[in-house]
Design a protein around this ligand. Structure first.
Ligand code: HAM
Length: 464
């Protein structure tokens, strides 16, 4: 990992290959033009129209579910002052994963690697005039300088859903219910994913009060818990033993316990334990049962203060964390305003797309915004075809007019490939009679109709 990060830094300082137009020698003295690379910058993606229709489908579904809960959309600039992340985002992201630079005015700025500090800043900025609770969401593009691998790249879009101003566990319950409903809205069943929940308060109590470890050791142990799933049991035990000595067994027993009702009696009055119990009970009553207590869920960020959770894919081919979040009660006040509690999660489009693909949940035919393809039998009919297209567009029908003057079969093929549901052809007969053969391209069924009937049929289908 360390070597990788050194390599990345070197690469960053050298700049991207293929960014300038250079000439290369062919070895025989002649120079060949060296063309610019067509690849996007490492770890980032181009979204061609077919990719955009998938992305739009995902974002539309996300927005629909969160809006059903009353969350309203916000946005903010891509660049923030670097200091914003230094406060509470966590060392790994700030030191190794941010794209930071000094602007022409000498300010240290960073392309946002996450949205939580930004939304906390926005809430703090209008702390006095906003009426709480706030239910806000956003789908920003984020950048992290990571080693590209499955599920992790350097740029991703991330749904952020956050509720501000509710101190009780009711907010955590709602946020987890939203996360659950999103995956269900994509067609996932309860067996397809698992919600793993823990509490930072519980872990703080375990380390500080129960095991009585020193502050600096508590931090190291938190990081160790966070990486428990990534190292062997032997390694984990050895590292824990260096700090805990004889108390290691108690520590490991605590982490192996999967039953929130089976904590040592000292934890009975702990707020974290009580919140977790209430959360499991309530979510079970709401029929959300694919949720478990997992004391190894830590979440890397320094700002989390209460319940934290991660949603895991249960499929063996993609057994990984899909997304996560938690409660952060001390973030808004770092801007010098009165405290406001926050709870939320971030869900990335890369892991979501992998998930939908693995579970075959992407619709085969994504709906096109264009509903009608108008084929033109010969160039001389283009004027009438244009007039009809304008008439229909003014009535909310999305239309592509074929102006290629190709054979009708080629025009129809284009419409089918573009996933457009209906077509008509304009020729002598249609112009004279005002009657058009409306073809449903999926079934090839045809019906002779007027332009008013075209509107009725297409708008009727859109409402379905
Ligand atoms: P995070 O766990 O860093 O949390 O990111 C949330 C999700 O964003 C991840 O679970 C994953 O789906 C996606 N993600 C993160 N980094 C990458 C990457 N390099 N490539 C692809 N996908 C990625 C946060 O960012 C918190 N700010 C979330 C939050 C909101 N907590 C409370 N409110």
């Amino acid at each position: 990992m360390k070597n990788d990060s050194v390599k990345f830094k070197k690469e960053l300082s050298l700049g991207q290959k293929g960014c300038s137009l250079r000439k290369q020698s062919d070895g025989k003295g002649a120079t060949q033009p060296h063309f610019l690379s067509t690849e996007p910058y490492k770890g980032t993606r181009d979204f061609y129209p077919a990719d955009m229709s998938v992305r739009n489908y995902m974002f539309d579904t996300l927005s629909r579910v969160v809006e059903q809960y009353g969350y309203v959309e916000y946005d903010a600039p891509l660049l923030e002052e670097t200091a914003l992340y230094k406060a509470k985002t966590g060392e790994e992201i700030v030191n190794e994963q941010t794209y930071s630079f000094t602007d022409r005015g000498g300010r240290d700025v960073t392309i946002r690697p996450e949205m939580t500090p930004t939304v906390a800043r926005m809430v703090a900025r209008r702390r006095k005039s906003l009426s709480f609770p706030l239910r806000w969401y956003s789908i920003p593009n984020l950048f992290r300088y990571e080693r590209p691998q499955r599920g992790r790249i350097r740029e991703h879009w991330q749904l952020n859903v956050d509720i501000f101003g509710i101190d009780s566990v009711s907010a955590d319950i709602e946020i987890i219910a939203v996360a659950y409903d999103i995956l269900r809205a994509f067609g996932a069943t309860d067996n397809d994913f698992q919600i793993r929940v823990n509490s930072r308060q519980l872990i703080n109590f375990l380390l500080n009060d129960f095991l009585k470890v020193k502050n600096e050791h508590a931090h190291t142990l938190s990081k160790l818990i966070d990486k428990k799933a990534k190292i062997t049991e032997k390694e984990f035990k050895a590292q824990a033993k260096e700090i805990l000595g004889a108390k290691t067994a108690v520590f490991i027993d605590f982490l192996n316990n999967k039953d929130i009702d089976n904590l040592p009696k000292e934890f009975e009055t702990n707020q974290g334990a009580q919140d977790l119990k209430k959360l499991f009970q309530m979510l079970n009553e709401l029929n959300i049962t694919n949720i478990v207590y997992d004391s190894t869920i830590m979440r890397g960020f320094d700002y989390y203060t209460g319940i934290v959770f991660e949603v895991y894919d249960t499929n063996k081919k993609n057994n990984r964390s899909l997304f996560g979040g938690g409660r952060y009660d001390n973030l808004v006040d770092i801007f010098g305003v009165e405290k406001v509690s926050g709870v939320g999660f971030g869900m990335g489009d890369v892991t979501l797309l992998d998930y939908l693909t693995t579970h075959k949940l992407l619709p085969v035919n994504l709906r096109s915004d264009t509903n009608l393809y108008i084929c033109v039998c010969a160039e001389k009919y283009e004027k009438d075809a244009n007039i009809l297209a304008r008439y229909l567009r003014a009535r909310d029908i999305g239309i592509v007019l074929d102006i290629t003057n190709r054979k009708i079969s080629a025009q129809i093929k284009t419409a089918v490939n573009a996933n457009i549901p209906f077509s008509i052809c304009i020729g002598e007969d249609e112009i004279r009679s005002g009657q058009y053969k409306l073809k449903m391209l999926s079934s090839r069924e045809e019906k002779l109709v007027s332009k008013e009937e075209i509107i009725q049929i297409i708008l009727g289908r859109l409402k379905q």
